[in-house]
Design a protein around this ligand. Structure first.
Ligand code: ADP
Ligand code: ADP
Length: 236
């Protein structure tokens, strides 16, 4: 399904990701753990093509996605929708419009300029928000919501693109424990019920252990562990 081979990113003389090789042969929930600076974020950003790789390859369903341009690249970016630590919503825009922004790729410039959304897309957005337990907030400005609610809006925006993979870059790092649990439960459910792969950068092993089928450990840009969470024991 997804095959990452010898994927490398250098920033000058600093190798942020060093020959990462990962094979995902079926839908999984994967946690990437490692200290700040280990290369987790850069790895996800290369997958989603937010950052250009230096060498190596990423193949999805037999196609090299690192070579895609234009509409093909945008289609891939919808297939592996990304969510971020800081949610990256438009704060003053209402929740449902934020979610509909996930469909911008395939809408005309005019529709974008006038914020015109097809009715069926609006219904779909509301259904997705409902599934995440936040449909009641649909008309509110994003900035009026709590962090946990905002992250669920960001998940809804990702789901609007019907992605095969959800890339989550420190999705709970800004949240209190209760909201962190709600967001991780939502991601787990999306994996289990929809069969989507979730790849989440997490900074604690505990979270990875609790929610993920597979844990990848990174240190100084290299993958130093790849296996089931129960194979890892904490030293302290
Ligand atoms: P993590 O997500 O594990 O905290 P990052 O992928 O953000 O790690 O960073 C990996 C390494 O790459 C770090 O040394 C970081 O300073 C460096 N790095 C990340 N982004 C950039 C960038 N845009 N320019 C230069 N160096 C970068
Ligand atoms: P995180 O580790 O949580 O991903 P960082 O604070 O490392 O976040 O990075 C925040 C932003 O700064 C990212 O866009 C990253 O690419 C960029 N960045 C990180 N390290 C460097 C660096 N050494 N030089 C330039 N940009 C960097």
């Amino acid at each position: 399904m997804l095959r990452i081979e010898q994927l490398t990113k250098k920033f000058g003389s600093n190798t942020a990701v060093d020959a990462a090789t990962i094979e995902v042969d079926r839908p999984m929930m994967i946690g990437i753990i490692g200290r700040s600076g280990a290369g987790k974020s850069t790895l996800l950003r290369m997958l989603n093509r937010l950052t250009d790789h230096t060498s190596g390859s990423v193949t999805f369903e037999g196609r090299d996605v690192t070579a895609l341009r234009g509409a093909d690249k945008r289609a891939w970016q919808a297939d592996c929708a990304m969510i971020f630590q800081q949610f990256n919503l438009v704060p003053r825009m209402d929740v449902v419009s934020n979610v509909l922004h996930g469909t911008l790729n395939r809408r005309s410039t005019l529709a974008t300029m006038f914020n015109l959304f097809p009715t069926e897309d609006i219904h779909r957005a509301i259904d997705i928000l409902d599934r995440l337990g936040i449909a009641d907030h649909a008309p509110k400005r994003a900035e009026a919501l709590s962090g946990g609610q905002q992250q669920r809006v960001a998940i809804a925006r990702a789901l609007m693109q019907d992605p095969k993979i959800i890339l989550a870059d420190e999705p709970i790092a800004s949240l209190d424990p209760m909201n962190a649990q709600i967001v991780m439960d939502a991601l787990r459910r999306i994996h289990e019920e929809d069969g989507r792969t979730v790849i989440a950068n997490l900074h604690t092993l505990d979270t990875a252990r609790r929610y993920c089928d597979r844990v990848i450990g990174m240190l100084h840009g290299r993958i130093v562990f790849d296996g089931r969470p129960e194979q890892l024991t904490t030293g302290a």
